[in-house]
Design a protein around this ligand. Structure first.
Ligand SMILES: [Zn+2]
Length: 163
């Protein structure tokens, strides 16, 4: 997302300030200073004559139970990232389930993605971790030539290991 330009801030009658982009009109066009009020979204009020409240019975508890991502739709991209996270867990297991970030062993998974997609990738990795009930630990991301290299480890949750 490109950064927002600072406002012009030229004072206007009525005490407001111009909130067009700073330097507008320097090209001879769009020279008028204007304050445009932000659109405030009103919250809908609660009409209690239309609302019911009750204690949930067992059936309702079942119907509303959150199942950590299990019911969430897993699209093609997520399934692909699930596989990457599975291989990360396999590598960690094969390395003897090291605690912390053990630099004497190679077991983290490196994923190189175009830098713009790195947040999506990390979000999907975390999602896979939640799905498989694994702890995901990210190392520092290295960005170079428009690519981001992510290194992460997928391990058991702390209460299942003797750290
Ligand atoms: Zn202005």
């Amino acid at each position: 997302m490109p950064g927002r330009k600072p406002n012009c801030k030229a004072p206007l009658a009525g005490g407001t300030k111009c909130n067009k982009a700073e330097g507008h009109g320097s090209d001879g066009k769009d020279t008028k200073h204007v304050y445009t009020a932000p659109v405030v979204k009103e919250r809908v009020g609660l009409d209690f004559s239309t609302i019911t409240v009750q204690v949930a019975n067992k059936a309702a508890m079942v119907a509303h139970k959150r199942t950590r991502g299990a019911n969430a739709e897993r699209d093609k991209d997520q399934l692909a990232v699930d596989k990457i996270v599975n291989s990360a867990y396999a590598a960690w297991t094969e390395a003897g389930k090291p605690a912390g970030w053990d630099v004497d062993k190679g077991y983290g998974i490196l994923v190189k993605v175009p830098a713009a997609a790195v947040e999506t990738l990390e979000w999907r990795i975390k999602r896979a971790g939640t799905f498989y009930d694994l702890k995901i630990r990210f190392g520092g991301t290295i960005v170079e030539d428009g690519y981001a290299e992510v290194c992460f480890v997928a391990s058991d949750k702390p209460d299942e290991t003797s750290e």
